[in-house]
Design a protein around this ligand. Sequence first.
Ligand code: TXA
Ligand code: MG
Length: 347
Amino acid sequence: MMVQGLDSSIIKKAADALGRDLLVAFPTETVYGLGANAESRQALTRLYEVKGRPGNHPVIVHLYCLEQLYDYASVVPEPALALARRFWPGPLTLILPKSDRVSSQVTGGQESVGLRMPRHQLALALLKEFGRGVAAPSANRFGRLSPTTAADVAREFGTDVAMVLDGGPCQVGIESTIVDFSRPGELPRLLRPGMLLPEAIEAVVGRLDKPVAASRDQADVRAPGNLASHYAPTTPLELVSWAELAGKLDSLQKSGGSCAILSFKHSGDLAPAGADSCVQQWIVGAGDASVYAQNLYANLRQLDACQAGRIYVEAPPPDESWLAVRDRLSRAAVKPTVAQNEVTYER
Ligand code: TXA
Ligand code: MG
């Protein structure tokens, strides 16, 4: 059932559903989350089942106030607290040593837990009404694009969730920045870039350790969002430069293939004229990183729906403001390999 608006009777119903170990999808400022009672074995089992997520991949526990940090973390280092004070509610997840209240189901067997206070009125109202932590991965099937509207969630999960709270399209559009404070005596480390930039984090905590390299190993659970392949549309997606795009279209044209494109310029700027008849849909993304990020998953969903042979995305600029967008796109992309004139894609 998809329901709209910040109505106290709806919030009560949703909190009640969580209390009965049912799943409730809700909006956050980043992406929609698929919520379950973080302290119920049954609810968590259902969550993993519905999401199709391997059991060793941890989920983030969502909170409505700073004090709840101490319910779920056993240690809160001063710099982590400073970050929470500065950026919560907001698109930031802290990885901290877990308290006894956190089961290994939540942490994927690790000794640390991910905690976040989202900046969305509906989410905060639900979390407050429920009163306890809500485990919520992004509300998509494992490995797929995160949802940024309630309709995306309803389409993906149908009746597998008790309620989908509709809070409109997400403002940030891509998942929270994750900072790891779980390694005693070591510098905090960026586990997943987000729209809250390293620069802003370093201004509060000092230097961050260098990020962990992306992993192609499904068993690597430090941050499964850190798998080299994740956040992917079903159509093979290739990252290309503007200069490469003309050549790609030319050969597609010759081979009778089709594609869908997300670029920074319009087709009219690409010579030769008429080279775009193999393009089923062409979306021009915003030149501003925040606006581009806000629309990224909706744009990729649209391009995916064309069912073209492939999606070409023009690679974003190298600046720090594009770090998170570049990260998601590189994980959405497949590596084409050409052998005997046949292109295959590695996931
Ligand atoms: O913006 C967000 O963070 C959204 C909204 C719904 O809050 N949630 C989200 O959840 O993106 P999910 O489950 O799709 O991604 C959570 C990421 C995963 O990469 C997971 O591995 C990592 O957080 N994570 C959670 N707990 C962790 C832990 N204890 N140690 C390391 N990584 C952890
Ligand atoms: Mg996710």
